[in-house]
Design a protein. Sequence first.
Length: 175
Amino acid sequence: MKAANTTEQTRWGIGPRWGLPTLTYVVAAIAVHYATRPVFDIEWLSLPAAAIASGCLLLAGVALWAASGAKLRRGRKTGVLVTDGPYSVMRHPLYAAWILLMLPGACVMFRSWIVLPAPVVAYVTCRLHLSAEEDLLRQRYGEAFEQYRRKTNGLLPALPWWRRDREPAPTRKDS
């Protein structure tokens, strides 16, 4: 029997591990929404406003997803750890594009309270499985990945004021 190579993964990464539970939630929530309508309707959100918000989120998500995918494809071809572009502000921008932008954009279109928590379901299930992917990256890239991991957040952008690698603020000495 052939031993599994622990440094290999599919092109989907852990996507199916968090995507399938999220999809299950979304399908169930939509079914409940339509079966109990208008119980979960967000009445104050007009359809045009929902369409605009949804479109903006979806466009931003697709842009982030496409830019991240292009960087990752180049990195896989060269075998180099990708740390620039979207990867300079978060370690998993492909997942973040779906969880933080595209999924919320799709959920807003339903204008339903029961559908809106889907990004939270996606975030939590993704976080539960991220360590498996990061273990593979650690095995493949070693200390380079560890340094990168210390400097960037996983799914949320590492904005300058909350970055882990910044110096602590100097303390004042009272005279």
